[in-house]
Design a protein around this ligand. Structure first.
Ligand code: IMP
Length: 431
């Protein structure tokens, strides 16, 4: 089973890192294929906490090749800090490979992100202000600077000059920022290039070699389906495609290299930043979920908006990604909440019923969710290690998700620790 894509099915923060971490044990290679340091995940290993923004968490396994693919946008300063942090903690990072074709986040991208949000005022997207959107915009405009450019001082300087020039107007509020000095920026990025050079590689080729040898390659998505630039809740989305199809583009492999697609889904829903969220809970249950689930962003520390599980959105994500399996995370957070609700359809402001995720932005913004109620459970499930150890109500809740999407649940997370997981009967022996 060589090619497995792991993606988020909601608005991000589903716990993909933990699922990747578990599957990485029996994989050869872990590949990030989109996004940048807007992502963040925390892995708890032997009681020690590791926070990742760019490097795949597979790096914690000695000898595992970890790839930052061409589809990722890389802030080299952040990447170097992450590498140094891991090194200081004794982690061998020599197996990290960085695509020579990946685009670089430059200081002006971060400034443009901040300025763009300020300009939008009340209409702001709530970005992570890491320069993601402006970097992808430059990539599309063919004004991007790529990792390989770091290795050629002349080309680097030329490209920075060409990219900076059309932005002067937009960057007027930052005009005096020394970070925008062409010479200083070129020197700084050349230094990054020097540091990163041992990791720079033709990463597509590395993926082909592993796949052709029948080894397992995990393609690790960041963000999630509803933040997808094409299929998410536009414009309240990220600037890349976090759906499974993008793994091929962002890693440089073919669609037939993908054998399985695992969707990671929280037992409830969260969202950071602005945008529609039909099953949002603006009450004490929402606050309880936020507290219990520690729903604060790894990257920005922002409070996450919380709500009930949304089957309408999950069915949409299931089809967009053609999921072969689901991993449900944070089931433990729902203990003691009775009754539980699952959104099964939306009702538009004019009374129309939507069983499917509506394509029209205005409908989505005004739709409210309609629910099916399920009995909750009181028991703490964090010690459960098999389905039989779960209360019947928790099993029924999981069955409602599986039946509602037609996708088997392979894994259930019941706590932050790596051992706090249930590999279901559907998963066979792999997990
Ligand atoms: P950007 O990706 O920083 O441009 O932000 C665009 C939208 O995606 C904002 O609503 C962010 O909060 C959201 N977003 C980006 N990355 C993540 C993530 O890793 N988890 C959750 N939301 C994210």
């Amino acid at each position: 089973m060589p090619g497995i894509v792991i993606i988020g099915t909601q608005w991000g923060d589903e716990g993909k890192g933990k699922v990747v971490d578990l599957l990485a044990e029996s994989a050869e290679m872990v590949v990030r294929f989109q996004g940048g340091n807007n992502a963040g995940h925390t892995i708890v290993r032997d009681g020690e906490e590791f926070k990742f923004h760019l490097i795949p968490s597979g790096i914690l396994y000695p000898g595992r090749t970890c790839v930052i693919g061409n589809g990722v946008v890389v802030d080299p300063k952040v990447l170097i800090a992450e590498l140094d942090g891991l090194r200081r903690r004794g982690v061998d990072v020599s197996a990290l490979r960085l695509s020579a074709n990946a685009h670089l986040i430059m200081p002006y991208h971060v400034m443009l992100d901040t300025a763009g949000e300020a300009k939008l005022g009340k209409l702001e997207i709530g970005t992570t202000k890491r320069g993601i959107g402006p970097c992808y915009a430059d990539k599309s405009a063919r004004l991007g600077i790529r990792v390989q450019d770091l290795l050629d001082p002349k080309i680097l300087r030329k490209k920075i000059m060409a990219a900076l020039e059309p932005k002067q107007q937009l960057l007027r509020p930052f005009a005096r920022d020394p970070k925008l000095d062409l010479h200083a920026m070129t020197e700084e990025y050349l230094r990054y290039g020097h540091r990163l050079e041992p990791h720079i590689a033709d990463t597509s080729r590395l993926c082909w070699e592993a796949l052709d040898a029948g080894r397992t390659v995990l393609f690790e998505g960041a963000q999630a389906a509803l933040l997808d630039l094409d299929h998410g809740t536009y414009p309240f989305v990220t600037s890349s495609n976090p759906i499974a199809g993008a793994a091929c583009v962002g890693a440089g492999v073919g669609p037939t290299d993908i054998d399985e697609v695992w969707g990671v889904c929280k037992a409830y829903t969260t969202r950071v930043g602005a945008g529609p969220f039909p099953s949002e809970l603006d009450d004490e249950v929402g606050a309880m979920i936020r507290d219990r689930g520690h729903e604060f962003g790894t990257t920005t520390g922002r409070e996450r908006r919380c709500g009930w599980l949304d089957l309408v959105a999950l069915r949409y994500a299931t089809r967009l990604n053609r999921l072969s399996a689901l991993a449900i995370t944070k089931l433990d957070v729902l203990s003691g909440i009775d009754p539980l609700r699952i959104a099964v359809r939306y009702r538009g402001s004019e009374g129309a019923v939507f069983d499917d995720f509506p394509y029209h932005q205005s409908i989505l913004h005004t739709a409210s969710a309609e629910y099916e109620e399920l009995p909750g459970w009181e028991e703490d499930v964090s010690e459960a290690r098999s389905e039989d150890e779960l209360p019947p109500e928790a099993r029924d809740y999981l069955a409602a998700i599986s039946d509602g999407t037609g996708v088997p649940i392979n894994l259930v997370g019941v706590g932050p620790g790596r051992e706090q997981v249930i590999a279901t009967a559907a998963a066979g022996v792999r997990a």
